[in-house]
Design a protein around this ligand. Structure first.
Ligand code: SF4
Length: 196
C-alpha cells in the first residue's frame, strides 16, 4: 500500500470530524459525494450548531442512518462550540465528549489530523489483525486496539492503521480474502491454516 492515507476528503479538523461521523457504516466514496454540499451549507461548527435537523437530514440522506447522524452532527457542533470554543481537541477522551464520536472516530481524528500514535480499530483493522496474528483472541475492538498499540512500535502505529484498513478494504476482504494477490502469505496465521 504505497499511498497509505485516509480516503476521506477533508481540509480542517472540523471537516474531518464531519466526514468520519458520516462514514460509520457508509463508504468513503459516498461520504466524499456528500461533504462538499454539506460544507457549503455548514462550513463551521458555529453554523452547524444552529442548524435545523431537517436541513441537515436533507443534505446527508443518501448515507446510512441519516436521522441519527443528523442529530449527532448538530450535537457534535454544539458541544464543540460550547466546550471547546470551536477548536477540535486532539485528545481521544475529550473528542469522545461529543455526540456521534466514539472511540474509533476519536482515534481516527487524533491519528489522521493530529498525527498521534492512535489506533482506530474498525471492522477491517479488527479482521486483518486477527487473521495475520497481530492480535490474539481479541473479542472487542478495544481489546484489539490495546494489543496493537502494545506491540507495534509507536512510530509505526499511525501508518499501520492505514495499512491495515487498506489491506482489508482491497486485499484481505471479509468474505473471501484475496490470498493469491497478497504479499503477506508467509507471515499470515490464517493462510497457514487455510493455504490455497
Ligand atoms: S494471506 Fe490471505 S488472509 Fe492472510 S493477510 Fe493476506 S489476504 Fe489476508
Amino acid at each position: 500500500m504505497p499511498v497509505a492515507e485516509t480516503e476521506l476528503d477533508y481540509g480542517s479538523p472540523y471537516e474531518l470530524l464531519v466526514a468520519v461521523i458520516l462514514s460509520a457504516q457508509c463508504t468513503d466514496k459516498r461520504v466524499n459525494i456528500i461533504t462538499p454540499n454539506f460544507l457549503k451549507s455548514f462550513p463551521t461548527s458555529e453554523v452547524l450548531a444552529e442548524a435545523e435537523l431537517e436541513h441537515v437530514f436533507e443534505l446527508i440522506k443518501s448515507c446510512s442512518y441519516p436521522n441519527n447522524k443528523a442529530k449527532n452532527l448538530i450535537g457534535m457542533a454544539m458541544v464543540l462550540e460550547d466546550e471547546f470554543k470551536g477548536v477540535v481537541p486532539s485528545d481521544v477522551d475529550e473528542l469522545q465528549k461529543m455526540p456521534g464520536v466514539g472511540r474509533k472516530t476519536a482515534n481516527v481524528v487524533a491519528s489522521v489530523y493530529y498525527k498521534k500514535p492512535a489506533m482506530a480499530v474498525d471492522t477491517h483493522v479488527f479482521r486483518v489483525s486477527a487473521r495475520l496474528g497481530l492480535t490474539t483472541k481479541a473479542k472487542t475492538p478495544l481489546a484489539a486496539e490495546m494489543q496493537l498499540v502494545k506491540y507495534i512500535p509507536e512510530e509505526h502505529i499511525n501508518i499501520s492503521h492505514h495499512w491495515l484498513i487498506l489491506h482489508g478494504r482491497y486485499v484481505c476482504v471479509a468474505r473471501k480474502p484475496k490470498c493469491k494477490a497478497c504479499g503477506l502469505t508467509d507471515i499470515c496465521n490464517y493462510f497457514k491454516k487455510n493455504p490455497l
